[in-house]
Design a protein around this ligand. Structure first.
Ligand code: TYD
Ligand code: MG
Length: 465
């Protein structure tokens, strides 16, 4: 047998190097390079070879013409029919369904609901022969879970196994049309000596599964844990290997779960799916706005509503702020679900441009429902909520807003303004503050909601209070 090759891989980003280096040239992290043994490519004895096995009759037309030079003109550009996951949220995040022969990584912190989501989805797809490989739970545990999720079907096959070689043997035998590996960190191949979950194992197993998916046309969903400390060989390394990375996130104390697309070779990465974790599994939240807003907001100070967009989806998000006199010398600034640095910037703008003295105040900002929002149109609401709390004056419950705030206190235009307005109107809001620059290009009279175009933060605040 050929001698194992040694390589060094950055545990943070997956960058490879022939020799050990202190600082990763790709991600800039220090001391992240770990030695790994790479299976000699000349002797693809087990998993690597089996990764290339064809799934025979179930192979789809999408199987790549690996190793052949093709004329671009001769390649059909017709989209492969996507596999319908019977879950509108998941379909959208995947870019319109699962692409045959693709490999998808479903990442997230332990306990967030990755197994629940994949098990539930697979149980609802009776038309496909599914092989669910679990390296984490026993068959009995999975059965109990499936019962809780209220599903069962003929075509759902379960395998509790950790060896990649054995998994490939079973795949060959049962010829599934879709495979779930739960989780990639519990699977190991004989080709690599280190233990399951190590960088070398994760890389090697994922690569073998990728070869399998590409040659057979059978899609593979890999589940991968991310820990906050990044101790396990993280999905970072896998991100380079797979076609699509979707991430399941949310606060364990809240029932909402957000599915985000991080990388997608077959669709947009701006997509978002929302679920609610219930006793009997995950429920798709098709109208998040109604759930995310405090129903009886009348008379509560420190609350402002944004008509926000994540991905292509508009929904109304509630920003809550609490401003109180600082108990210690250094005031606290804390943001949950919102970028802390952006909060500091907005507070500086408020101080400088509007003249509110917040230096001796603690400021807490929280996005309701455990959401994490990155939409810049949130700026105006954060400022409005902070002020509302500071002066203890509620904002009328029929008002909402959207606007990015610049360093000089100007309200900058936001994208998709019409969609935002329409969503606010649909939910019964009566007034909406929008950036003045957004006024061009659409018919203002089309909407019955009263629009208040503003150029500066001061104007916005004058309109609200
Ligand atoms: P799980 O899918 O096991 O998480 P992961 O695979 O990401 O580690 O989800 C675990 C949590 O979900 C657990 O705390 C229990 C909860 N849960 C429900 O609330 N309802 C359910 O129907 C199921 C199956 C789990
Ligand atoms: Mg799990």
């Amino acid at each position: 047998m050929a001698k194992d090759k040694i390589a060094y891989v950055c545990s943070n980003c997956g960058q490879e190097s022939p020799k050990w280096i202190g600082k990763c040239p790709a991600c800039g992290q220090w001391n992240t390079f770990k030695e790994i043994k790479v299976a000699p490519s000349s002797t693809p004895k087990t998993a690597a070879a089996r990764g290339g096995l064809s799934a025979g009759t179930s192979a789809q037309s999408s199987a790549l013409h690996a190793g052949k030079v093709l004329r671009l003109r001769d390649i059909s550009s017709k989209d492969d029919p996507r596999i319908d996951m019977h879950d509108a949220e998941l379909n959208r995040v995947l870019g319109g369904g699962l692409v045959p022969g693709s490999i998808v990584l479903l990442g997230g912190e332990p306990g967030i609901g990755k197994s629940t989501l994949s098990l539930q989805t697979m149980l609802n797809m009776p038309e496909k022969k599914i092989l669910y490989v679990s390296g984490e739970e026993s068959a009995h545990q999975l059965k109990m879970r499936a019962e809780r999720l209220g599903g069962e079907n003929e075509n759902f096959l379960l395998l509790t196994e950790n060896s990649l070689e054995t998994i490939f043997d079973h795949i060959k035998e049962v010829q599934p049309e879709l495979i779930v590996i739960d989780s990639i960190q519990t699977i190991s191949t004989e080709d690599v000596e280190s233990s399951a979950g190590s960088i070398a194992q994760v890389r090697e197993c994922a690569s073998a599964l990728l070869r399998f998916a590409k040659t057979s046309g059978v899609p593979v969903i890999l589940i991968g844990h991310i820990t906050k400390e990044g101790t396990l060989a993280g999905p970072k390394i896998l991100e380079h290997i797979v076609d699509t990375v979707i991430q399941f996130e949310g606060d364990q104390h809240y029932m909402y779960r957000i599915l985000r697309s991080i990388k997608n070779r077959f669709g947009s990465t701006a997509e978002l799916g929302i679920y609610e974790m219930l006793q009997n599994g995950l429920r798709q939240v098709s109208n998040p706005s109604e759930l995310l807003l405090t129903q009886d907001r009348d008379g509560l100070s420190g609350i402002a509503i944004t008509s926000a967009i994540e991905g292509i989806r508009p929904f109304l998000v509630e920003t809550q702020a609490l401003v109180s006199t600082a108990a210690y010398g250094t005031p606290q600034r804390s943001a949950t679900g919102f970028d802390q640095r952006r909060l500091n910037m907005l507070l500086a703008v408020l101080e400088k441009r509007v003249g509110f003295k917040l230096a001796q105040k603690d400021v807490f900002v929280n996005i309701a429902g455990g959401l994490r929002v990155t939409d810049l149109a949130m700026d105006l609401s954060v400022i409005a909520a902070v002020l509302s709390s500071n002066v203890d004056t509620p904002i009328e419950s029929g008002w909402c807003m959207a606007g990015e705030v610049g360093l000089s206190g100007e309200v900058r235009p936001v994208n998709r303004i019409e969609q935002r307005i329409a969503e606010a109107e649909k939910l019964g809001f009566t007034d909406m503050i929008i950036p003045k620059y957004n006024l061009q290009g659409f018919d203002k009279n089309k909407y019955s909601i009263r629009l208040h175009p503003v150029r500066k933060v001061e104007e916005a605040l004058r309109a609200i209070f």
